[in-house]
Ligand binder design. Structure first.
Ligand SMILES: Nc1ncnc2c1ncn2[C@@H]1O[C@H](COP(=O)(O)OP(=O)(O)OP(=O)(O)O)[C@@H](O)[C@H]1O
Ligand SMILES: *[C@@H]1O[C@H](CO)[C@@H](O)[C@H](O)[C@H]1NC(C)=O
Ligand SMILES: *[C@@H]1O[C@H](CO)[C@@H](O)[C@H](O)[C@H]1NC(C)=O
Ligand SMILES: *[C@@H]1O[C@H](CO)[C@@H](O)[C@H](O)[C@H]1NC(C)=O
Ligand SMILES: *[C@@H]1O[C@H](CO)[C@@H](O)[C@H](O)[C@H]1NC(C)=O
Ligand SMILES: *[C@@H]1O[C@H](CO)[C@@H](O)[C@H](O)[C@H]1NC(C)=O
Ligand SMILES: [Mg+2]
Length: 915
């Protein structure tokens, strides 16, 4: 017993000892070392510089971090042959592996659980198999390319890749992939490029492709062929290139009108039927469509825009030239459409005369009198278009699998004598047919009853009606929003003399990144970002397409997140030309009508308000459920980061001069809000996280989502409480009554924060100190020694201390209990700005201030800089005072000296941007 206990104690401590040894010695890079020497041994003729006598970190193409862990292996196109070690997963810091374009053979190694691995290029080799689990746990993976390994043992796309939620590129063409596509694309929300051509994939397109962000979809030339319909493509709104040729797809070409970026659609050599949607050839970006060797019906698609459209071998269109089909043909094709355009009908229902040998159709005198579609395993619905076949006498639809109801139009057919719909799955009420009609409806258990949803108890009925009330409210809100946006656009159009739409073509950083890598480059991939991405209106407001926002944020890549707030996530976006933006994306959970309300409030306010110390709204986007705002990007982040988080962020602390300058900037911005001529605005959520800094450390006030428009004259509105604890004026917190004085209060709190370096609310200190306002006011009132509470990050000299004392006094007035005792913002500006005057000789800012900030724009400023400048400076003052310098830099990009208005400037911007 005792011995036993001691024994286990010993082995336990031995175990811990081993653990400690393992953790403290360089076991990990020993791992790297042994894996790398296996790597060397496996290669038939290793690259130059690879030798067991030198450290692997010095080998050609190998990079290590400071602790001798391999981070990347780059051996692209080195004519390597031989095999790889079976397991590379001990190389725990590996970020990038590039082994493409060699003649490596044998098994692909396991990369399992390499959580840092971002890129894995194995394509164009002669590998023979992929062990199961080789790609599991690759949580950082962005690119996986195994294309052109034709001798691989048949393998399936592993479900494991679901864990690689940041995957952008997946290439496995000509790699002997079999089985069906996994239904995991909802987990791969960043996936943009999927290439699986020349394999033996089977089965249908999974539903989760529908919501994906895939732009390039290559599934062409499968040995046996993918099957099922293409309907899921309708929801793939990011699609720009879809190669689906040489498969077994059935059903119609889906409606792709939401795929605005689509330029290349290859559908040849499938089993597609039905009418090609007219919208296909009028998609704004479409260039290339192949439909050859299918069973397409109806009219030949219109090609007045002269895109590259081919349909060789399609002998089922109604005519040999474009233009509408005969009315009876059109009607019967609608009938076929309601059945999903079955192949049995497509083979026969071709040409422009339904009385010329169409299967199941009988005519008399050129009019269709009988349609007999019995016992064909048809699924789908009975088309109301049957009602157009006015000579129809007999309609037999029995013994299929039809659903839906019997259309009323059938009961109006004047000559109908026989209708057999027996043995289907029809439902709903049977319309009232004239008595001469022989009606057979047996074998439809749901037919003749009220629609299933109505059949419940009283409670059920109540639920139903409140649901429908909700739905109606939803529709009304949607209509109002649409009307609002339309009105807004029309308003802008009528207010500008020049044309409403101007286009500005942009290229994405994503593509730039891709091509600069050189290996993930796709020759077909250019040109899928196009005009109409931005609609620029004359006053500088822009409606931005969701497509562009996705592009510039790398598909809302988590790495691009710059912050989160009450209403959603803020992303950084970068255009190809370097222009940066901040995109505030409302989270769907915040998309109650409150969120929508804030969104519209923000739009309407920001479009009216432009000031150098207010963050400019560059554009907005309403995309289905999503609401996005595009702001000018403020490169130095928030004031709170600089005052409270400078140590963690390794920023220099702000000097008193800088703090004072920021305070004046904020005061000026808010003063402007409060004193707008027609309307006055109250910010209601002033705080350091809503004060953003530019490269010059000058400040702008952000976040007008909570701004309320105070009615004329009466600067008080009673609304629900909004704002942030710690900054709330007492009367506002108590009564919800809001005046411009709540902003003064919050501003006073910010001044205190600037002085003390402490947050308005700080749970980490004692209770008496945790509420900054109470604590600091007590110090002021008791005339305690201020220098003890001043932020330690500040260098104090006599002059600074004097200045701080004045500001402290002001902060006390601003946070007075009674709103009437607080000064207004104009007064605050008047007190603060002379304090910076002291340093004026050192400050270039004040000079700008008077010269409308334009004087320092030089001719070598980049366009994005100019744009940004122009956007933020473009106040109404600028238009009205005529003599702005806008034209000079606008023209600097083009030619000569005619003065131009901002719109012309943008025209020139457009042309230069396209270069
Ligand atoms: N225009 C911008 N430029 C640069 N960074 C920005 C910009 N707008 C916001 N941010 C960053 O995103 C973060 C979140 O902003 P957001 O306005 O959503 O939240 P918040 O200001 O912290 O809180 P609230 O929701 O109450 O406004 C900010 O703290 C800031 O770091
Ligand atoms: C690929 O490997 C197979 C054997 O697995 C061999 O027959 C073939 O020649 C190799 N191909 C190339 C291009 O090296
Ligand atoms: C393709 O896959 C199917 C079904 O999985 C199989 O029957 C067929 O033999 C495969 N074809 C080739 C060429 O491997
Ligand atoms: C159309 O597709 C073909 C082949 O798929 C390609 O060679 C051609 O460049 C494409 N044309 C356009 C305009 O994209
Ligand atoms: C056919 O019927 C449908 C639905 O009843 C109707 O909308 C359409 O206009 C009709 N078409 C013709 C050519 O009469
Ligand atoms: C009818 O269709 C439903 C779904 O569309 C299917 O589940 C059912 O098996 C079909 N029945 C017959 C007899 O084909
Ligand atoms: Mg904010």
């Amino acid at each position: 017993m005792d011995d036993n206990g001691r024994g286990s104690l010993l082995s336990l401590s031995a175990f811990f000892f081993l653990l400690v040894v393992r953790a403290t010695t360089a076991t990990d890079d020993d791992d790297d070392s042994s894996v790398m020497s296996k790597f060397l041994d496996g290669l038939s003729s290793p690259p130059q510089g690879w030798s067991s006598r030198t450290s692997y970190c010095k080998w050609t193409g190998v990079s290590c971090d400071s602790s001798s862990h391999v981070t990347s292996i780059s051996l692209e196109s080195m004519s390597l042959s031989g095999t790889l070690p079976s397991d590379l997963s001990p190389l725990s810091r590996l970020k990038s592996v590039s082994l493409q374009r060699n003649s490596l053979s044998g098994s692909i190694p396991s990369f399992a659980n390499l959580a840092s691995l971002e890129e894995l290029f194995l394509d164009n080799n002669n590998f023979t198999d992929i062990p199961s689990g080789a790609f599991q746990g690759l949580t950082s993976l962005q690119v996986l390319s195994v294309s052109n390994n034709p001798n691989l043992q048949p393998w399936m796309i592993p479900e494991d890749l679901k864990e690689s939620s940041g995957l952008v590129t997946l290439y496995a063409s000509d790699a002997n992939v079999v089985g069906s596509l996994p239904d995991f694309f909802h987990s791969l929300s960043s996936l943009q490029h999927l290439r699986l051509s020349y394999n033996n994939l089977t089965g249908s397109l999974p539903a989760s492709l529908g919501g994906s962000s895939i732009q390039t979809l290559w599934l062409n030339n499968q040995e046996q062929g993918l099957s099922g319909t293409l309907n899921v493509l309708s929801g793939m709104t990011q699609l720009s290139q879809a190669w689906l040729h040489k498969n077994q797809f059935t059903g119609p070409v889906p409606d792709l009108s939401k795929c605005e970026s689509l330029f290349d659609l290859q559908l040849r050599d499938n089993l597609l039927t039905g009418i090609v949607p007219a919208s296909l050839t009028s998609l704004s970006n479409i260039q290339n469509v192949s439909l050859d060797n299918n069973k397409l019906q109806g009219p030949i698609p219109d090609n007045s825009r002269n895109i590259k459209l081919t349909y060789h071998g399609v002998d089922t269109f109604c005519k040999t030239s474009a233009g509408p089909c005969d009315p009876q043909v059109t009607t019967l094709l609608e009938v076929a459409g309601a059945l999903g355009y079955p192949m049995t009908l497509a083979d026969s229902w071709s040409g422009n005369d339904a009385c010329q040998g169409w299967i199941f159709v009988t005519c008399q005198g050129g009019k269709v009198t009988t349609v007999a579609l019995s016992k064909q395993h048809f699924i789908g619905a009975i088309s109301p278009s049957f009602g157009n076949l006015t000579s129809l006498r007999s309609l037999l639809l029995n013994d299929n699998n039809l659903t839906g109801s019997i259309p009323d139009s059938l009961a109006k057919l004047p000559d109908l004598e026989m209708l057999d719909v027996s043995n289907n799955n029809l439902s709903g009420l049977v319309p009232k047919f004239p008595s001469k009609v022989k009606l057979v409806t047996s074998g439809n258990p749901l037919l003749g009853k009220k629609l299933s949803s109505g059949g419940g108890s009283g409670a059920g009925g109540l639920g139903g009606s409140s649901n429908s009330a909700g739905a109606i409210a939803g529709i009304v809100i949607t209509v109002l929003i649409i009307a609002g946006v339309v009105a807004f656009i029309l308003f802008r159009c009528f207010h500008s003399k020049s044309s409403c739409r101007k286009t500005w073509s942009v290229k994405s950083s994503v593509h730039k990144a891709e091509s600069s890598k050189g290996r993930a480059k796709s020759p077909q991939n250019q040109g899928n970002i196009r005009n109409n991405d931005f609609l620029i209106f004359d006053n500088g407001n822009v409606m931005v397409s969701i497509h562009v926002l996705r592009q510039v944020t790398n598909n809302f890549f988590p790495g691009n997140i710059i912050g989160r707030g009450g209403f959603g996530t803020v992303y950084r976006g970068v255009f190809e030309d370097g222009m940066e933006i901040a995109v505030k994306r409302m989270e769907s959970s915040a998309m109650s009508d409150k969120g929508i309300h804030e969104f519209q409030a923000e739009i309407s306010v920001l479009t009216q308000v432009r000031h150098r110390h207010l963050v400019a709204l560059l554009g907005f986007c309403i995309n289905g459920n999503e609401r996005l705002l595009v702001y000018e990007f403020m490169p130095r982040g928030t004031l709170s980061q600089h005052v409270f988080e400078w140590r963690e962020r390794q920023l220099p602390p702000l000097s008193w001069k800088q703090r004072l300058t920021i305070a004046v900037d904020v005061a000026r911005g808010v003063e402007y809000l409060h004193s707008l001529a027609q309307q006055s605005f109250i910010h209601r959520d002033l705080k350091p996280s809503n004060i953003l800094l530019g490269d010059d450390m000058r400040a702008k006030v952000a976040d007008f989502g909570l701004v309320r428009n105070a009615p004329d004259g009466k600067y008080s509105v009673e609304t629900r409480l909004a704002g942030t604890f710690g900054y709330l004026a007492p009367e506002y917190a108590a009564t919800g009554k809001v005046t411009t004085k709540v902003d003064i209060f919050a501003f006073g709190v910010i001044l205190m924060e600037l002085i003390t370096g402490r947050k308005a609310l700080d749970d980490t200190v004692s209770d008496e100190r945790s509420h900054l306002v109470s604590w600091f006011r007590r110090i002021l009132i008791n005339k305690e020694d201020l220098s003890k509470v001043i932020d330690e990050a500040l260098d104090l000299d006599e002059e600074t201390l004097q200045s701080i004392t004045k500001v402290a006094e002001l902060s006390g007035h601003c946070t007075a209990r009674e709103p009437q005792q607080r000064p207004d913002m104009g007064h605050v500006v008047n007190i603060l700005s002379p304090l910076i005057e002291q340093w004026r000789p050192e400050s270039r800012y004040e000079l700008e201030e008077d010269g409308l900030g334009m004087s320092d724009i030089s001719l070598n400023m980049s366009l994005p800089q100019v744009l940004q400048r122009w956007q933020s400076e473009g106040t109404s003052t600028m238009y009205s005072n005529g003599t702005t310098t806008t034209s000079s830099y606008g023209l600097s990009q083009t030619d000569s000296s005619t003065p131009s208005k901002p719109s012309t400037f943008k025209d020139s911007m457009q042309s230069t941007n396209r270069r």
